[in-house]
Design a protein around this ligand. Structure first.
Ligand code: CAA
Length: 259
């Protein structure tokens, strides 16, 4: 089933919801309208009981070249604060289901930050990741200084952020930013293959496992271990836990219901 909302194309395939950024004339620059449509699509998938996993992608040429510079160029600090454009990103952070970024071409500035809001990044060999905001008089503002540093470490992140250097797909992979690099023709198919595989898993456990992994960035080890243990115990309230363990013992494939 495919639906179209101008700047974001959405599609559901089995239990996978796909959002495609569709503003090719400006390399998928993340305007306020595009961000609002993307967030609406992601929240709709998050609330749809038939969707277990999401994919965000662009085209083979570009994932997204960042925030829309034309939108911001003449803004005052009061306008930036009053409109609080960047607060929208918290709604992407709040999505509970796993999201795979399928990245080809440029993922720059807000585009790189969007990929880093996802949980798995599949990159085509042509992908280029960067935080070039320094070249236009600013710095990352949607999590780049925090998430890139956590992903690749301080000393590599500093070069990317302070000097605006792009990382190739292979460099990003070796540094720990990218899950897997595949041929240009394969990046979306590979992301979809992975999404369909993950969608075979119990949906409530998927959400809690994502939540627990993300807590690793926010909590001390002992707090995180305690948090993980509580989520683990809570899964024993689900039918899918009984089904998964019984199916294993009965040597059959589990039929999960998301209950
Ligand atoms: N915002 C608005 N328009 C953009 C854009 C952006 N981020 N990126 C590209 N475009 C537009 C260009 O202005 C151009 O429009 P015209 O055809 O009307 O001239 C069109 O897209 C094609 O771009 P280029 O001609 O520049 O294409 P290129 O292949 O020569 O270069 C590029 C590609 C290296 C990605 C270059 O476009 C570029 O450097 N873009 C800006 C990247 C950037 O600085 N991103 C950070 C934005 S700030 C941010 O992201 C902050 C935040 O989230 C908090």
């Amino acid at each position: 089933m495919a639906a179209m909302s101008e700047l974001i194309l959405t599609q559901t395939e089995d239990h996978v919801g796909v959002c495609t950024l569709n503003r090719p004339e400006v390399l998928n620059a993340l305007s306020v309208e595009l961000m609002d449509q993307l967030i609406a699509a992601l929240e709709a998938f998050d609330n749809d009981p038939n969707v277990y996993v999401m994919v965000i992608t662009g085209s083979e040429k570009v994932f997204a070249a960042g925030a829309d510079i034309a939108d911001m160029a003449e803004a005052s600090v009061v306008e930036m604060m009053e409109h609080n454009y960047l607060a929208r990103w918290l709604r992407i952070k709040a999505i509970r289901k796993p999201i795979i970024a399928a990245v080809s071409g440029y993922a720059l500035g807000g585009g790189c930050e969007l990929a880093m809001h996802c949980d798995i990044i599949i990159a085509s060999e042509s992908a280029k990741f960067g935080q070039p905001e320094i070249n236009i008089g600013v710095m990352p503002g949607a999590g780049g200084t925090q998430r890139l540093t956590r992903a690749i470490g301080k000393f590599k992140a500093m070069e990317v952020i302070l000097n605006g250097r792009f990382l190739s797909a292979q460099e990003a992979f070796e540094a720990g930013l990218v899950t897997r690099v595949v041929a240009k023709e394969q990046f979306l198919a590979e992301a979809m293959r992975l999404a369909h595989q993950i969608a075979q898993r119990p949906p409530i456990a998927l959400k809690l496992a994502k939540e627990a992994v993300l807590k690793a960035d926010e909590m001390s080890l002992s707090e995180g271990l305690e948090y993980e243990r509580k989520l683990f115990y809570s899964l024993f309230a689900t039918e899918d836990q009984k089904e998964g363990m019984r199916a294993f013992l009965e040597k059959r494939k589990a039929a999960y219901k998301g209950k």
